[in-house]
Design a protein around this ligand. Structure first.
Ligand SMILES: Cc1ncc(COP(=O)(O)O)c(C=O)c1O
Length: 409
């Protein structure tokens, strides 16, 4: 007998859109394709040898701990290590009950959605914003208010304008503002200090939480770092998400969230029914990498390589795009992170252009994928960490041809 599973799936999951990046990643595993699509690290830089040494050490010294189930909150020694690292790096002062180890930060987006969003609640997001965040929140039935960005990040003044127009009951349903302040994914822009302060002021005034998601914070190539929103707000206002995917390796699936004790406690509760605990094995490896500063040395190396790649990408964009003579063709100059954001003339459609790009064996992500309302048709996200320098040059040359073919005569 045929089983009609379609009729049995939950309505909640009917709404979830397939990620165009995951779909694209399936295509671009072919070596002949030059990919600017994934937000993925340069695989030649993975510290495999250090991981091998760390693995040997934990298996030799504490197999009974790292191969066993662990506490849902995470390994206490790792948490203590992270608490001191946060204090040292960013002047973030928290205790071990205000941090929870996650199976990478995507899990945090999902669990935070789970504890805060009832169907029909509202989340304020960037236009554009990280599509994994949008997907996680919409799976719990969130509605979105979209806020445009400029070179200084989210237009915080527009958040205020929009909130002023809402009725009291509508404001109560605005659960949190989702913000990626450092080298935003996808746009590469950074939220200025003034706007961070203003954002906190607004959140305090309207009693809305802030979710600060900052996977790229340590990958800064230019200018001085700006304090995390977490440090600018009273206790309890901000939950902040961190990950080791971009500064160590995504295959480890390790991250953490910090916030007030009641919030962390509620996340622990829902994490128990998700995966019981983040693997103690990978947590043990990370602890070894943090000890003695091996991870920090690794981050220095990443920063130096990615800084060069970013610079190179900006140079070849000038070389191949400026001769196209399209005044509306622009791209961001990120101070860090893994992406830059290209805006094409308004009449161009990055989705329609993608099959031709793939024919020329290059891949990018269409910008509308990062807009919950499907706007931003004339935008493109370009990653510069994954391709080699040669691939960056050749790929941008081919992309310039795709764009040239679209140019109105
Ligand atoms: C802004 C943002 N948040 C969260 C994630 C999820 O990363 P992970 O689950 O690997 O920590 C990403 C990945 O690209 C991201 O860009």
């Amino acid at each position: 007998m045929n089983v009609s599973t379609d009729a049995k799936f939950s309505k909640r999951t009917d709404k979830i859109k397939r990620s165009p990046i995951r779909e694209l990643l399936k295509l671009i595993t072919k070596p002949e394709i030059i990919s600017f699509a994934g937000g993925i690290p340069d695989p030649t830089l993975f510290p495999a040898y250090l991981i091998e040494e760390a693995t040997k050490s934990i298996l030799r010294n504490e197999p009974e701990k790292v191969l066993q189930y662990g506490p849902t909150e995470g390994d206490l020694r790792l948490k203590s290590e992270l608490v001191s690292r946060l204090a040292k790096k960013d002047n973030i002062k928290i205790n071990e009950d205000e941090i929870l180890i996650l199976t990478a930060s995507q899990q945090g987006l999902d669990l935070i959605g789970k504890i805060l969003i009832d169907s029909g609640d509202t989340v304020i997001v960037g236009l554009p914003s990280y599509l994994g965040g949008l997907g996680a929140f919409s799976s719990y039935g969130a509605n979105f208010i979209g806020i445009p960005l400029d070179d200084d990040g989210m237009r915080v003044d527009i958040i205020e304008e929009k909130l002023k127009k809402l009725k009291k009951e509508e404001i109560k349903r605005v659960k949190f503002i989702y913000v990626i302040p450092d080298f935003q994914n996808p746009a590469g822009v950074t939220l200025s200090l003034e706007r961070r302060k203003k954002l906190v002021e607004i959140a305090e005034h309207y009693d809305i939480l802030i979710l600060e998601d900052t996977p790229y914070r340590e990958l800064r190539y230019w200018k001085k770092s700006i304090p995390p929103i977490f440090t600018l707000a009273p206790r309890g206002r901000v939950m902040a998400l961190f990950t080791f995917s971009k500064i160590f390796c995504p295959g480890m699936r390790l991250g953490y969230v910090i916030g007030s004790e009641p919030v962390i406690d509620r996340i622990v509760l829902v994490k128990q029914s998700t995966d019981l605990c983040t693997p103690p094995f990978t947590q043990g490896i990370l602890r070894e990498m943090l000890k003695g500063g091996a991870l920090d040395e690794h981050v220095k190396k990443l920063v130096s390589v990615y800084r060069d790649k970013r610079e190179f990408m900006l140079n070849v964009l000038n070389k191949y795009m400026l001769p196209l003579n399209l005044p509306d063709l622009k791209w961001t100059r990120p101070d860090g992170g893994l992406f830059l954001w290209m805006t094409l003339p308004l009449y161009m459609d990055a989705e329609r252009m993608l099959p031709r790009a793939l024919e020329k064996k290059i891949a990018y992500v269409k910008g509308c994928a990062f807009h919950y309302d499907n706007s931003g048709k004339n935008t493109i996200r370009l990653n510069f960490s994954y391709p080699t320098m040669d691939a960056i040059e050749e790929g941008i040359r081919r992309l310039s041809q795709v764009i040239a073919e679209e140019k109105r005569k």
